[in-house]
Design a protein around this ligand. Structure first.
Ligand code: TXA
Ligand code: MG
Length: 342
């Protein structure tokens, strides 16, 4: 079967047929590309885990074409869910709600809740409309790897294991949706993302719960994730040069991910642009991590964005890319001098 398809209306019918037959279709969303399967078909869902190499107790997000379908998946849809859906769907927000009995364990990892989202990309919405039901879809990358933000990235990640890849261009947002847990009160952010806590509070009209123990409540959020092959080192604009020197001394091929080319950067060190505000940085993040791998970099020294608003999501992804996820610390790492003086 041919793999990569420019997405037009006739392709949607073919893609929906592939899904009904239990196949896997990768599709664009506004955040990252998803690897979709019929969320009611446990064999198809099992294929997602096999293709990604993902442990089966890590639950998946069910993508819906319309907020009215919430009642087909959630047992109990509180007013807060309707308010958030109204304000942010279609868009980069995932709601965790108590699940209906019929939602397969394969999707929820056996939890009593289900994660639901209406994505804001026209190709995703056209696919969901053609298919009619819910699509279980994790990001379309190998387990623990960098999420794909173009159809080419999906092919690079998963190759022939996918039955069809719909090409909807480069993802506009570039990092995964915000996940908010509405199964307990007050609501709690499980994964920071493009919709900030402030955005959520504005709509809910009240504060959220503190994001402690989110890793316990959201299995599959692990300390090492979103990782390129290069070692990611977290720096500040003040100590970036020292980090670079320390890794060069060890003979490593070093790159820098920073808003500006640091002054005095040696010629053999590649600077990867990370310019603009945090939304622009979010758009570029995974592409840059992939570029680091294409360039064969061994170490990527990263100047951390401010840990505020959408910057919180960026810092979260970068910490995990560095293998240092969970909790607010560390924001940056100490400079590691060569082992001889350690
Ligand atoms: O933007 C996104 O959310 C992308 C696009 C494709 O929609 N999807 C995505 O899926 O990032 P994935 O599988 O890579 O991440 C889903 C996250 C996992 O961390 C998982 O633990 C959490 O959602 N999750 C899913 N169901 C959950 C539940 N019932 N309770 C708590 N966390 C849940
Ligand atoms: Mg993922």
């Amino acid at each position: 079967m041919s793999r990569r398809q420019p997405a037009d209306a006739t392709d949607m019918d073919r893609a929906a047929a592939v899904l009904r037959a239990g196949g896997l279709v990768a599709f664009p969303t506004e955040t990252v590309y998803g690897l979709g399967a019929d969320a009611r078909n446990v064999d198809a869902v099992a294929r997602i885990f096999a293709v990604k190499g993902r442990p089966t107790d890590h639950p998946l997000i069910v993508h819906l074409g319309d907020a009215r379908q919430l009642a087909e998946w959630a047992r109990d849809v509180p007013q807060s869910a309707l308010q958030l859906a109204e304000a942010f769907w279609p868009g980069p927000l995932t709601l965790v709600l108590p699940r209906l009995a019929g939602v397969p364990d394969a999707v929820t990892g056996g939890l009593d809740t289900v994660a639901l989202r209406v994505p804001g990309h026209p190709v995703a919405l056209a696919l969901l409309a053609a298919f009619g039901g819910g699509l279980a879809a994790p990001s379309a990358n190998g387990y623990g790897r960098v999420s794909p933000t173009s159809a080419g990235d999906v092919v690079e990640e998963l190759g022939d294991a996918v039955d069809m890849v719909l090409d909807g261009g480069r993802c506009a947002v570039g990092i995964e949706s915000t996940i908010v847990d509405l199964s307990s009160d007050p609501p709690r952010v499980l994964r920071p993302g493009p919709i900030t806590e402030r955005d959520l509070q504005r709509v809910l009209g009240r504060p959220l719960a503190k994001t402690v123990d989110a890793h316990v409540r959201s299995p599959g959020r692990k300390p090492s994730h979103y990782a390129p092959r290069a070692r990611v080192v977290l720096a500040s604009s003040d100590d970036v040069g020292q980090h670079v020197e320390a890794w060069r001394e060890r003979g490593q091929r070093v790159g820098v991910l920073a808003p500006h080319r640091p002054e005095g950067l040696p010629d053999d060190v590649t600077w990867l642009h990370f310019t603009g505000g945090v939304r622009k940085q979010a758009h570029a993040l995974y592409r840059r991590l992939r570029e680091a791998d294409h360039l064969g970099l061994q170490v990527l020294v990263t100047v951390m964005p401010p840990d505020l608003e959408v910057g919180q999501a960026l810092c979260d992804r970068l910490r995990r890319a560095a293998g240092l996820g969970d909790g607010a610390d560390p924001t940056v790492q100490p400079v590691q001098r060569s082992t001889s003086d350690a």
